[in-house]
Write a protein that binds this ligand. Structure first.
Ligand code: ADP
Ligand code: MG
Length: 691
């Protein structure tokens, strides 16, 4: 009989390739897969007439194909018209294969499921799921809501549903590893792990779709609680550990640092100076620094990091900087090389996209201590990277890394007798209460002013249908020597669909914006291609850069002064603020145009208005939180708060006092279980490193 702690490939349908994909996502045992939760549920228990189906909901519809053809106007698409007794419905596919085209034959019956749209006259569905059937009633309706799993590494939701289904069957006959003792569950009034998992994956039959989120809330909280607990305990332990660990006291190099500051083309702001003093004081100590540096976009955190690195290097030790994207590592390479040009400092880059020979060479230099400064993505802290004498780790834009990655990183440090100092930088301010949970282990420094001479970015909120005038404006600006970004986000879509959308927009703008030079970057490109485009943009050989949100963090091109963001209504304020922060970095007046799709609800309008009214990231973050009522769909992903697998700091904030209390009890009374909880949740989430 299969057991929950058996290897995942004991399940039917898991071959070697799938096993690797699942292992990469931290799914090693059968039990592990139960922790991949559905992100929503679909209702295929009801069949609707086309005429009476509710608009803007996911609905199941069946009908007969009466027409199918390719449309060439606008964006090329496959158009299929179906009919039932009540009305007709148009299906549209923008991504389709030749084989698909042949299948949609006239008079064939089809059953499809998707989001129903209507413009008053005609009903439409884009990219529905579909199946061909013998006749209009040759199918069986589901009796339960269907869980929809986020697709991971190309594993389809149906496949995951099947695997989870098998795992649930095994669990029905056995017990999962419950690490929260019974009396604690009772105290916090939470269900057992078993009950929670069953209800989340297989909600009871006859539960109505409208009631689902309410019905499963409690079960989800059970898992969130455990995850928050695991993270909180990890962080507390790290703090305790740090207090008892030695670090190199970096006392030399004061003059060199002062000299360096004098060579800069600008004067440090008072805030930057203050923060540098705090950091230098920490580096002097023989316990590891654990400091979080908060500062709004454009406040000049990078140069502060450079000063910390220089100080470290002047003590004959190595420093490392980890950034969330390859784009950003490349940019840091450039800035640091320029800053340190007169100094005898060897800088080495380490990213996932490098050739093996380059990588091997870099690894050797890091190991032998030839490299003084290493700049990289999370690839920096993977196995096989061995430092000779690492004394400082800087993490840039920390919110893009999961909490678990931070923990993993610290553990990397523990291979040394001494711990490296750590400086963690973020542009995202976070309210005190949440900071307690998310950064229980860190001291904090704040840069609270922007460099002098910066002009606040002027922000305009404009509906989509005025796009032609916006294009006109881009043309004018670029003709006058300015540079612009055009961001095409598409939330909740895969990286490849985002890339396609950006490519389409690029092709379109290229046609009408001649003779200006236009470039494209997205997450699907090869690293070299991304770098080349960014370099051309930096050298002003490209006028307009079309991009996905890959440019969201850190990108610094001071001559760019115009930012266009499409579908702004679908993005979080903090994310928009980050994107907007790509302009306004030089001395000319910059503008940001937020394009939205009509109609705009009043809440969405209020949110966008905040951006128009202020450029202060702290205020924006605060308002963003205030305006997020329950049921807000955007989640923490776009607030810049740390990412968890299941928990959501905002949604679950009310659990935090309990988490803190139970953490103390668990650490005291159940050290064994505590270790296991941490292990369960401490899987690397590497999703963000790739873009
Ligand atoms: P962020 O805090 O968003 O990471 P950066 O470190 O990228 O900001 O800094 C943005 C720009 O401001 C860079 O071009 C940087 O060289 C410049 N800068 C940093 N500090 C100052 C300063 N004190 N005066 C003028 N420009 C500065
Ligand atoms: Mg930065």
């Amino acid at each position: 009989m299969l057991k929950l702690n058996g290897e995942i490939d004991a399940l039917k349908g898991v071959g070697p390739a799938l096993k690797i994909k699942l292992n990469n996502r931290g799914v090693n045992t059968i039990e592990d897969i139960l922790f991949l939760l559905p992100n929503r549920y679909e209702d295929r228990t009801i069949l609707y007439d086309i005429q009476n189906a509710p608009i803007n909901e996911h609905v199941l519809i069946t009908g007969k194909i009466i027409e199918s053809k390719i449309l060439f106007y606008g964006r090329r698409s496959l158009f299929v018209k179906i009919q039932d007794d009540s009305a007709t419905l148009n299906l549209r596919f923008f991504y389709f294969s030749r084989a698909q085209l042949q299948q949609f034959k006239k008079n064939t019956h089809i059953i499809c499921f998707g989001l129903l749209k209507s413009n008053g006259k005609k009903s439409e569905m884009f990219h529905p799921e579909y199946r061909f059937i013998e006749s209009s009633n040759a199918f069986k309706l589901d009796d339960k809501l269907t869980p929809i799993y986020p697709s991971i590494d190309g594993i389809q939701t149906g496949r995951l549903r099947n695997l989870v289904g098998q795992a649930i069957e095994i669990m029905r006959k056995s017990e999962p590893n419950e690490y929260l003792p019974e009396n604690i569950l009772k105290e916090i009034k939470m269900p057992s792990l078993r009950e929670a998992l069953i209800n989340l994956h297989q909600p009871p039959a006859n539960l109505k779709h409208a009631d689902i989120s309410h019905a499963i809330k409690h079960y989800k909280e059970r898992l969130s609680f455990e995850e928050l607990l695991a993270n909180y305990i990890s962080l507390r332990r790290l703090r305790l550990l740090a207090a008892n660990t030695a670090a190199d006291s970096l006392q030399l190099g004061k003059d060199k640092v002062n000299q360096f500051v004098r060579t800069l083309k600008f004067e440090l702001t008072a805030s930057q100076k203050q923060v540098c003093n705090e950091i230098v004081a920490d580096l002097n100590k023989s316990q590891p620094m654990m400091r979080m540096l908060q500062g709004d976009v454009g406040s000049g955190k990078t140069v502060v990091a450079a000063i910390a690195c220089l100080k470290t290097i002047m003590n004959k030790k190595q420093a490392a900087i980890m950034a969330p994207t390859e784009l950003l590592t490349e940019q840091h390479m450039e800035s640091f090389s320029a800053w340190f040009v007169k100094l005898d400092i060897k800088i080495v880059k380490l990213t996932g996209g490098q050739k093996k020979s380059t990588r091997d060479n870099n690894l050797r230099q890091i190991k032998q201590g030839e490299a003084n400064l290493v700049i990289g993505t999370h690839a920096l802290f993977q196995e096989g990277v061995i430092f000779k004498d690492l004394a400082l780790i800087v993490i840039d834009e920390q919110h893009r890394f999961g909490v678990n990655q931070r923990v993993a990183l610290r553990e990397k440090g523990s291979q040394f007798k001494k711990q490296p100092h750590q400086l963690i930088m973020t542009a995202t301010p976070i309210p005190r209460t949440l900071a307690m949970a998310a950064y229980a282990d860190l001291d904090s420094s704040i840069i609270d002013e922007l460099p002098v001479g910066r002009k606040a970015v002027e922000t305009l909120v404009i509906p989509n249908d005025k796009r032609p005038s916006v294009i006109e404006r881009v043309k004018n600006a670029c003709t006058k020597g300015q540079q612009a970004y055009w961001v095409c986000p598409l939330i909740d879509e895969s990286e490849s669909i985002k890339a396609d959308a950006a490519t389409d927009r690029y092709e379109y703008l290229k046609k009408i914006i001649k003779p200006l030079k236009i470039g494209l970057v997205h997450g699907r490109q090869k690293q070299a291609e991304k770098e080349k485009t960014m370099r051309l943009f930096k050298e002003a050989k490209i006028d307009l850069l079309v991009a996905t949100t890959v440019i969201e963090v850190g990108v610094n091109i001071p001559n760019a002064s115009l930012m266009i963001i499409e579908n702004a209504e679908r993005m979080g304020l903090t994310q928009l603020h980050q994107l907007r922060g790509r302009v306004g970095r030089g001395n000319q007046q910059s503008h940001c145009i937020l394009l939205y799709k009509k109609p705009l609800g009043s809440l969405a309008y209020d949110r966008l208005s905040i951006l128009r009214e202020t450029n202060d990231g702290f205020i924006i973050a605060q308002k963003d939180l205030e305006l997020r009522g329950p049921g807000e769909l955007l989640g923490t992903k776009q607030t810049g708060l740390p990412q968890y697998r299941i928990a959501d700091l905002l949604r679950d904030a009310h659990l935090l006092p309990k988490v803190q209390k139970i953490a103390e009890i668990m650490m005291q009374d159940f050290p064994n279980k505590t270790n296991k909880i941490i292990m369960r949740w401490a899987n690397d989430n590497q999703e963000y490193g790739k873009v």
